[in-house]
Write a protein that binds this ligand. Structure first.
Ligand SMILES: NC(=O)N[C@H]1NC(=O)NC1=O
Ligand SMILES: [Zn+2]
Ligand SMILES: [Zn+2]
Length: 515
């Protein structure tokens, strides 16, 4: 008997030591250890805060009922109470209250249109740089596009590659769009597999995408895909341009200077957007309640043309089609007249059009005809932007903007009458509802504590000294501009992931998969 005790006792002691060690490790990591209450060393940590239960207080907190002065109580990543009255935090301990004074506390931005290009083209962007820049800009969720990465995300297997590539690299949360291409449109079991695997919807191009393994779809391919999407109640998002090579454009070709922006602008007239949208609204009429495509939804990405294209979308909405539309920061900020010769940072498709078009687009935003805003962050390597040659015709089309979503749309928006309340709906609540991630985008009880704290009145210059966290800061379309709206701190599910220029060292964003 004695013998037995002496044999078992050391083993038992060893087991207790092991269990205690791992318990302490884990609870230390998760920051709710009952033993350790000291501020954590932030190396390898998700949050720059030492606690999981705390209060954020401010005189300007944006809630669904408007601005309040008060505090938001956060516990384990969620908002557990919103209390009116500045300085009243119930029975909180002083050190667990972060007081932001006059700074605005707002839902984090949700940018549902970014190309982070991983796997396969990390030299263009990548999950680490892209999501660090997002966090620095107050963007707490991104939804990544199925192309510019290689292979493109067009099947269950390629989505798995993307998820593998994103593992431990996300500094904010990320959802993923799949791609609708002829192959999976004509073999809907592949499309079914992609949707079952959790993409939030699928994206297609009605013109060449610029990426070889992402071929364009015609309206017939789209008609094949929509019933499958209807079954899952997930949107089809469309790059709506159809290449029309009219004679007047071929005449222009002989005599054109590729360094002049107008040369490029003339190659992609509004009629391209109009042709695509005309075909799309011919299909969305069947999405009305009781129609043969009920449950399907079509979303038009990056609308640039604010004339006939917008009229057709408005008319389709009026008759009850399930259709929505986004525009991007750069179409609201810039006009073709201002783009300097050779400055290919501003090349994108559809192109940035003239100031009159921009005014009408801004009006449409104010009047609620544009459902939400995105960046269409689509960078590349400097060599493909051909900045030296300044050749608008051959340069990569895509604008780098992700880090500046908030200050750009605010700086220009406030000049044409956009309010902070409208801005927040356009960047948080509406894109959350659209992408089916409704646990996000609002400061109210039960929602994820995804929050940006910023100072709308503070101006700053975007120059070589400004910390841009993207892979290629020099490609930023906002380099050289003065903007209003300084982001102080960013919280993702309660983790303080960015504070006054510094990131939490661990990447604790999670992939968002549709069920
Ligand atoms: N492939 C890709 O990212 N294309 C994007 N770039 C752009 O300017 N418009 C787009 O659709
Ligand atoms: Zn596009
Ligand atoms: Zn895009």
């Amino acid at each position: 008997m004695d013998n037995f005790v002496w044999r078992v006792l050391p083993l038992f002691a060893l087991l207790v030591a092991f269990v205690t060690f791992f318990y302490l490790q884990d609870s230390y990591k998760a920051q709710f250890s009952p033993f350790i209450k000291l501020p954590v060393d932030d190396d390898n940590e998700c949050s720059l805060l030492p606690f999981r239960h705390y209060w954020i207080s401010s005189k300007r907190i944006l809630t669904p009922q408007g601005f309040i002065s008060g505090s938001v109580e956060i516990n384990e990543g969620k908002i557990v109470s919103v209390v009116e009255g500045y300085g009243k935090q119930g029975n909180s301990r002083q050190e667990e209250v972060i007081d932001y004074g006059e700074a605005v506390v707002m839902p984090g931005l949700i940018d549902v249109h970014v190309h982070l290009d991983e796997p396969g083209r990390t030299e263009w962007e990548g999950f680490v740089t892209g999501t660090r820049a997002a966090a620095a800009g107050g963007v707490t969720t991104v939804v990544d596009m199925p192309l510019n990465n290689h292979p493109t995300t067009v099947s269950k297997e390629t989505l798995e590659l993307k998820l593998e590539a994103a593992n431990k690299k996300l500094h904010v949360d990320a959802g993923f769009w799949g791609g609708l291409v002829p192959e999976n449109a004509l073999n809907t079991s592949i499309l079914d597999g992609l949707l079952s695997a959790g993409v939030l919807g699928v994206k297609s191009f009605m013109c060449p995408s610029g990426i070889n393994d992402f071929p364009m779809t015609t309206i017939d391919h789209i008609k094949e895909g929509l019933p499958v999407l209807a079954k899952y109640k997930r949107p089809l998002i469309v790059h709506a341009e159809i290449q029309l090579d009219s004679e007047s454009h071929s005449e222009l070709k002989d005599n054109r200077d590729p360094r002049v922006y107008l040369t490029y602008l003339n190659t992609r007239p509004p009629s391209w957007e109009q042709a695509a949208i005309k075909e799309l609204v011919g299909v969305t009429k069947d999405t009305i309640v009781g129609g043969p495509l009920e449950g399907a939804h079509v979303h038009i990405v990056h609308l640039s043309d604010s004339s006939l294209s917008l009229d057709m979308i408005k008319e389709a909405k009026r008759r009850g089609d399930s259709i929505s539309v986004e525009t991007c920061s750069h179409y609201l900020a810039f006009s073709s007249e201002e783009i300097p010769d050779g400055d290919t940072r501003f090349k994108c498709s559809p192109p940035i059009r003239d100031a009159h078009n921009r005014e009408k687009l801004r009006e449409a935003v104010l009047e609620g005809h544009i459902d939400f805003l995105t960046s269409d962050h689509s960078p590349t390597v400097p060599e493909l932007k051909l900045l030296e040659e300044g050749d608008f015709l051959r340069a990569w089309g895509g604008i780098s903007g992700l880090q500046f979503d908030l200050p750009v749309t605010w700086s220009y928006g406030k000049k044409y009458g956009l309010t902070l309340e409208q801005l927040s709906l356009l960047w948080s609540k509406k894109p959350a509802a659209f992408a089916g991630i409704e646990s996000k985008g609002t400061i109210a009880v039960g929602y994820h504590a995804d929050i940006v704290v910023w100072q709308p009145e503070v101006e700053f210059d975007v120059n070589e000294n400004y910390p841009i966290f993207l892979k290629h800061p020099s490609l930023s379309a906002y380099m050289g501009t003065r903007l209003s709206g300084k982001v102080l701190d960013t919280f993702v599910r309660g983790n303080l992931v960015f504070k006054e220029g510094k990131h939490a060292s661990a990447a604790c964003g999670v992939p968002i998969l549709a069920k």
